[in-house]
Ligand binder design. Structure first.
Ligand SMILES: [Zn+2]
Ligand SMILES: [Zn+2]
Length: 302
């Protein structure tokens, strides 16, 4: 059972939903109002793996539910009602006001019965007339693959029950994406920054990179340059409601040693004048032209 991050105050604070206004001319019948419970808001944390595959969640959620003893009405046995004495069962009251333009008539929802036309004659003893009780309910739902941080899923009718019967509010589930320790999300793509040691970059070899579903081994070609981006197709995240899948992009950096022993210094020193160590002008141009994020003369002239 996961912890949820909703405040009890938010959950139980609400009252009636919106009342319908009055349509038409004075004397017309009031529009049927729907008594709606308040919405519940929860936040659910998801990992990249949950986003990759989708995930089923089961949460215990404290909420207001209709009291079964009075079927949510608040009246004893759900039947102990009488006609509202203030509006005589119409649900609205008419007020006449004298103004310089003459008599003005206005209508409003009867405050005595909240527009219901009837009031409780004997309260339900279980809920003391509210029609609701606080209860922890287990709610199961599916979070689809491809969701992203801040998205809200709505479950209609899974929120609080209203006082004195009506329609339940909704359950609003906010997605909170847990940051991965190694992979960075960029929409459907994932990014991993790989630091290669100089010998592997120069001689070739392999490197281990993380994916959502475990580690993968990448082949490193001899002469791999820093700034190169290796693309693992389809190893990213799915687009919601589609078959499109992102890639895993591996940004290659090459580590230039910072602290060298005398022996290491001597070894590198010995390579310094070797013919293949220093790039020619055309080699530099070729490498820079392949790095899209670096400005160079060729790309600017395009
Ligand atoms: Zn009334
Ligand atoms: Zn009751």
């Amino acid at each position: 059972m996961e912890d949820i991050f909703a405040h009890f105050g938010d959950i139980f604070g609400g009252g009636m939903g919106d009342f319908g206004g009055f349509g038409g001319a004075a004397g017309g019948s009031p529009r049927q109002h729907v008594n709606k419970g308040t919405d519940l808001r929860i936040t659910v944390k998801v990992t990249l793996k949950d986003i990759l595959n989708g995930v089923d969640k089961k949460l215990k959620i404290p909420k207001l539910v209709a009291d079964p003893h009075c079927k949510g009405t608040g009246a004893k046995d759900g039947t102990a009602f009488k006609t509202c004495p203030r509006c005589h069962g119409t649900g609205y009251i008419t007020t006449v006001r004298q103004t310089f333009m003459g008599a003005m008539q206005s209508q409003s929802v009867c405050p005595e019965c909240n527009g219901e036309g009837k009031i409780i004659s004997e309260q339900c003893e279980h809920c003391h007339g509210s029609g609701v009780e606080k209860k922890e309910e287990i709610v199961s739902f599916h979070i689809p693959a491809g969701v992203s941080d801040g998205m809200t899923l709505t479950m209609r009718g899974q929120g609080n029950a209203p006082r004195h019967g009506g329609v339940n509010g909704d359950l609003l589930i906010r997605i909170q994406e847990e940051k991965d320790s190694e992979l960075i999300r960029d929409e459907n793509d994932l990014i991993y920054n790989l630091m290669l040691d100089f010998p592997t970059a120069a001689l070739g070899g392999s490197a281990e990179v993380p994916t959502i579903e475990g580690r993968a081994r990448l082949k490193i070609a001899p002469g791999t340059q820093p700034g190169k981006v290796l693309r693992l197709r389809g190893k990213g995240l799915p687009q919601m409601n589609s078959n499109v899948k992102g890639d895993l992009l591996v940004n290659v950096m090459v580590y230039v040693p910072e602290n060298l022993s005398d022996a290491e210094k001597a070894a590198i020193e010995s390579l310094k004048d070797s013919s293949n160590i220093t790039p020619s002008e055309s080699t530099s141009k070729r490498i820079f032209s392949r790095l899209r994020h670096i400005f160079n003369k060729e790309s600017r002239e395009e």
